[in-house]
Design a protein around this ligand. Structure first.
Ligand code: TEU
Ligand code: CA
Length: 559
């Protein structure tokens, strides 16, 4: 399997967060028919796969990541008929569709949980993780990742159930073979419909250490559950079983959201011979801005550290597994605001630079909706304008319970709140950015008059058309997909430069991550040689042995 050519290595994936993509019926909520309307846009952009964030029935405590029926569509989004049409229209345009698979937990309104809660001898009781404890004392000290305790008390049975996320998201008990049977048959049902794979939500959390011991409080209120839930004792057995019983029967792509994954673990999940998944998302570059309150921080990343992370993953998986490349997703701030410069002067050029840097690495690139327009973070004046449960819970906990200054918390929110990525897609300069004719479920970013798809599609110098070119280059040059990677000048604090090599060809990628003019010396082996510029975000200048790079300049040369 080593370095074998496979279609999903050659794909570019576009992530759609349906709630915020396109509303077709004026209720203010994006929907499946809205996505169908925009398939030609995606085809024009050139992406070959779409990852749909959850569209299943859900009470929307966590915007669809709390599922109450895995085999039905959320009313807000449309019907199963709409879904079938979306799938076939996408396929007609050469676009595959992968679905979000959220099986670490369900909604508390799922019929399994409703049954499970009824009594301790209900057949569904063991579908979830219930524990007895002394009155008023949780089974252990774990804190939920969405704030508060990770246990919820149930009066009727005098027991607690575990929820790593919100209390309306009870964790499934994967040690119960019946749970695995149900999940696998549900997956088979979707695959038989013709979908092209799954993005697996927090799949690294599905197996918990049986004893559920107290976690380290690190001086805080709650114990850290991570060591007992991430890459737990049976996770690899369960994924091997899933692969054998389901995945291996289809020509699909899987990507696991492997929160907390290391290189070693990544090879277990997605090594070419692992018999588990095809790929995993790692999050080390997302964690570079973490501070004393974890992800809630206003820290700027350091390019030296970013290069270390990418370099480690590019080399670490070489020949053994395949990378996923992303700057953002529905849980993260906007790429250009976080890693580039979203000021008027540099937004476009830095967004293009980031696209270049990422798309020329080895791996399958993901474009999060709006990234191809250089959409930015949002700054709502009041916490009341935010919709994300994680943001709201953390605000309440930090400001109301722990006395953190509201201005400090708002500043963190402006930097890292998930709602930065969830404001509506900016289609044009009409009211509500052309996202809806009604009232959007979350406010649009005020900058839509300047930043929108309509303006960019017809402007050959736009971020959109730059992304389009990046995506088409990948289809023309195998080296971009399969070439080996080598980092240049690792100690440079402002420039990320690397070489890709394939057969006798080389690519030189040079990216200036600063707003200052920076000098870069072409590596010895390439000095004086002729090269063709494949893409750049500035007008071309003659290639010299010593280049002076303009603010956020990116260049790709083929030798
Ligand atoms: O996110 C997993 C996860 O680990 C989150 O806590 C993530 O780190 C956080 O949102 C970053 O701020 C997945 C989904 O992507 C997310 O949208 C869901 O809310 C979560 O699982 C629960 O299903
Ligand atoms: Ca709608």
């Amino acid at each position: 399997m080593n370095q074998e050519k496979v279609w999903w290595k050659e794909s570019v994936v576009y992530q759609i967060y349906p709630r915020s993509f396109k509303d077709s019926n004026g209720d203010g909520i994006g929907d499946l028919r809205g996505i169908i309307e925009k398939l030609d846009y995606l085809k024009d952009l050139g992406v070959t796969m779409v990852w749909l964030s959850p569209i299943y029935k859900s009470p929307n405590e966590d915007n669809g990541y709390d599922i109450s029926d895995y085999q039905d569509i959320m009313d807000d989004f449309g019907t199963m008929h709409d879904f079938d049409e979306l799938l076939s229209e996408a396929h007609k345009r050469g676009i595959k569709i992968i679905m979000d698979l959220v099986v670490n937990h369900t909604s508390d309104e799922h019929k399994w949980f409703i049954e499970s809660k009824k009594s301790i001898d209900n057949p569904y009781r063991e579908y979830y993780i219930w524990r007895k404890s002394k009155a008023g004392v949780e089974p252990n000290n774990w804190g939920s990742w969405f704030g508060g305790k990770a246990w919820e008390y149930d009066n009727a049975s005098d027991m607690y159930y575990l929820h790593i996320f919100a209390k309306k998201q009870p964790d499934l008990n994967w040690d119960n073979p019946k749970v695995r049977d149900e999940v696998f048959s549900m997956m088979t049902w979707w695959l038989d419909k013709g979908i092209d794979g799954f993005r697996m939500d927090v799949i690294s959390l599905i197996s918990k250490v049986k004893e559920l011991p107290d976690g380290d409080t690190h001086g805080g209120l709650y114990g850290d559950l991570a060591p007992y839930c991430i890459h737990g004792p049976n996770v690899h057995d369960y994924l091997k079983e899933m692969n054998e019983r389901v995945l291996s029967k289809y020509d699909i792509m899987t990507v696991g959201e492997a929160t907390g994954v290391t290189i070693e673990e990544a090879k277990k999940y997605a090594g070419y011979d692992s018999g588990e998944l095809d790929t995993v998302f790692q999050f080390e570059h997302m964690d570079l801005t973490n501070g004393e309150h974890g992800k809630w921080s206003n820290k700027r990343f350091s390019l030296l550290e970013l290069k270390k992370v990418f370099d480690k993953w590019q080399k670490g998986l070489k020949g053994e597994a395949w990378n996923c490349l992303f700057w953002s997703n529905h849980d993260q701030p906007r790429a250009v605001s976080r890693f580039g410069d979203d000021s008027h002067q540099y937004r476009e050029v830095s967004a293009k630079m980031l696209g270049t840097c990422l798309h020329m690495l080895q791996g399958t690139p993901y474009v999060y909706q709006g990234e191809e327009l250089g959409m930015t973070n949002v700054r709502f004046k009041s916490i009341d304008n935010y919709r994300d449960i994680e943001t709201i819970n953390t605000y309440n906990e930090n400001v109301n319970n722990r006395g953190l200054q509201p201005e400090i918390m708002m500043d963190y929110i402006y930097h890292v709140s998930r709602d930065n990525a969830r404001t509506p897609m900016q289609w044009d300069d009409t009211e509500n950015a052309g996202f809806t004719t009604g009232t959007p479920w979350i406010k649009v970013n005020d900058n839509y008059k300047k930043i929108n798809a309509k303006a960019q599609v017809n402007d050959e110098n736009s971020v959109y058309n730059y992304y389009k070119k990046l995506i088409s280059l990948r289809k023309e040059h195998e080296i971009i997909i399969y070439g080996d990677y080598e980092l240049l000048s690792p100690e440079d604090e402002n420039i990320y430069a690397y070489i890709r090599s394939f057969n006798n060809d080389k690519l030189l990628i040079i990216c200036n991550f600063s707003k200052y003019i920076m000098n870069f010396e072409i590596p010895k082996e390439l000095k004086g040689k002729e090269a063709k510029m494949l893409i750049s975000n500035y007008p071309e200048e003659k290639l010299a042995d010593n280049i002076s790079l303009r603010p956020y300049e990116a260049r790709v040369y083929k030798y």
